[in-house]
Design a protein around this ligand. Structure first.
Ligand code: PMP
Length: 337
């Protein structure tokens, strides 16, 4: 499990975007090289083979799967399909993944952000924010940027209380980094409900952020609506092929995830040893609620050659990236006054 040589040789380490630090799997590289001989051809617009593979893997019919150019494209399409106009209220936690707010704006929906409570989803407040104008509720699980999870029982109870006309979108971009009985798996636990859509991505644990491919699992009419909305040929042939190879090479990816989780423990322990309060993380990043000290911490990291994501006045999000970068962040933290 070696870090990508390129990311070590070009400028500062980038721990700001929750990317994988690893070079592509050999099988993925080979598949993409093969595809490069067919760049004159359009890809399969229906992503038929990838949807079939995902369907088998997840034990759902391929008709319930939609593939998109990154999960953010699927989220945007869900909003465009179900939540446009003045009655299109979309409830989501805040702070959360910034793509929701951007996509809500893009389609002209109405954002209804509900503040986190102690860095976690406040599900009671989110349920209370649902009105007859609510079209969608998004639950980011685990949450970006705090790394917290909504447990399975809590999620089920929350969805029970949401009216059936409201679509609940569960975004599991980081699920592979969570373990234990509350590790998110809404396809298995909540997928039977007609108003639940689960969105996942190949950008994080699978390390394919640059290729742009994600998928949604939903009830058939919703999945069909998503497929109908997709731009023709949006998902490149290389992305489709790389995603299929990655699903086949699950064991190699699992080893990488396990390595990152060990590195995450090193980072969390190092930050705690430096006297900082760090929440347990269920993702490939760690949240530091530094408040007014956030800017100074991010600046000190930059001086040490590492970019972290600063949310001014709130905190910093640090991707569990290259070993050397993680060690530099720990060193910065231990020098804090
Ligand atoms: N959901 C969450 C929670 C994310 O953090 C991200 C990317 N940072 C995405 C979705 C979008 O990922 P992609 O479009 O690369 O699949």
């Amino acid at each position: 499990m070696t870090d990508s040589p390129r990311s070590q040789s070009t400028g500062p380490y980038d721990l700001a975007a929750n990317e994988s630090p690893f070079a592509p799997l050999p099988g993925v590289l080979e598949a993409v090289r093969d595809m490069s001989l067919e760049l004159n051809r359009y890809p399969d617009p229906a992503c038929t083979e990838l949807r079939a593979v995902l369907g088998r893997e997840l034990r759902v019919p391929a008709e319930r799967v939609a593939v998109g150019a990154g999960s953010v494209a699927l989220i945007r399409d869900l909003l465009a399909e179900y939540a446009t106009g003045p009655d299109g209220e979309v409830v989501f936690a805040w702070r959360c993944y910034e793509g929701y707010r951007a996509a809500v704006r893009l389609v002209g929906a109405v954002p209804v952000p509900v503040p986190l409570r102690a860095d976690r989803h406040d599900l009671a407040a989110m349920a209370g924010a649902v009105t007859e104008r609510t079209r969608l509720v998004v639950v980011c699980n685990p949450n970006n940027p705090t790394g917290t999870v909504v447990g399975r029982t809590e999620l089920a109870r929350f969805i029970d209380g949401v009216p059936e006309h409201v679509l609940v979108v569960v975004d599991e971009a980081y699920r592979d980094f969570a373990a234990g009985p509350d590790a998110p798996d809404a396809v298995g636990t909540e997928g039977h409900r007609p108003n639940v859509v689960v969105v996942r991505t190949f950008s994080k644990a699978y390390g394919l952020a640059g290729l742009r491919v994600g998928y949604a699992v939903a009830h058939e009419p919703v999945a069909a609506a998503l497929r109908a909305r997709a731009l023709p040929y949006a998902v490149s042939a290389a992305a489709q092929r790389a995603a299929m190879v990655s699903l086949r090479e699950r064991e190699a990816l699992d080893r990488r995830v396990a390595g990152l989780v060990r590195r995450r423990t090193l980072l969390v322990d190092g930050l705690r040893a430096a006297g900082l309060r760090v929440l347990d993380s269920h993702t490939n990043f760690v949240w530091l609620g530094l408040g007014e000290h956030t800017g100074a911490f991010a600046d000190a990291c930059r001086e040490a050659g590492v970019r972290v994501k600063a949310f001014p006045g709130e905190g910093a999000r640090i991707t569990v990236g290259e070993q050397e970068a993680v060690e530099r962040v720990i060193a910065v933290a231990s020098r804090l006054p």
